[in-house]
Design a protein around this ligand. Structure first.
Ligand code: IMP
Length: 184
């Protein structure tokens, strides 16, 4: 099995990445040392900077995942501030902000950053479209999953096994693995 170090403190991300990459022949090793998160409007530079910083610090090839929920009627909010909003407001307050909104379309985005020591970082982006639900539903997944409606059910209701076949993270990882395979 090929090994890859994933720098993240987020248990939900780690579980999903481990399960998805296991099906592609990778063993994922979690590193929780962290890295500085840039303040940017887009996730790609945040992931690229984090991957380069962590790779140089650890002296190893590493991957990171920067992700977020972009709500269209709120001009992409919380987007790159998703972690802050989840921690300080949470799903109930996001639902409150969305009260009375008829356009509930939203996009989950995941950017995998990958870097080898001394090299330029690479990014692989995946997105999935859905809608903000009217209430929290389901206990699966993590973070915003109970309020992200994918074709009539939330990711919280659908659970990891299904989520991992269609998610933003799965789509970003598919691109990442395609690139890794093209290198060997
Ligand atoms: P960051 O990538 O560490 O900046 O944080 C992203 C934020 O979005 C965190 O609050 C995550 O819990 C949340 N998030 C990222 N991916 C998902 C997902 O797949 N489902 C639900 N919430 C997510």
């Amino acid at each position: 099995m090929r090994k890859i170090v994933f720098v993240t403190g987020n248990k939900g991300k780690f579980r999903e990445v481990k399960d998805i990459l296991a099906t592609k022949g990778f063993e994922v090793i979690q590193n929780t040392d962290g890295y500085p998160e840039l303040q940017e409007d887009d996730l790609e530079p945040i992931a690229a900077y984090g991957a380069r910083w962590a790779s140089d610090k650890l002296g190893l090839p590493v991957m990171v995942d920067d992700s977020g929920l972009f709500i269209n009627v709120l001009n992409g909010f919380p987007g790159p501030y998703s972690a802050f909003v989840e921690k300080n407001l949470g799903n109930p307050r996001v639902l409150k902000i969305m009260e009375g909104e008829t356009d509930r379309s939203a996009v989950f985005k995941s950017v995998i950053g990958y870097c080898e020591p001394g090299a330029e970082p690479l990014t692989f982006t995946g997105t999935v479209e859905g809608k903000i639900a009217f209430e929290e539903l389901g206990t699966g997944g993590f973070g915003y999953d109970p309020i992200f409606d994918y074709n009539g059910k939330t990711f919280g209701e659908l659970g990891d096994e299904f989520k991992n076949t269609v998610s933003h993270r799965r789509r970003a990882l598919d691109k990442f693995v395609e690139w890794l395979d093209s290198q060997s």
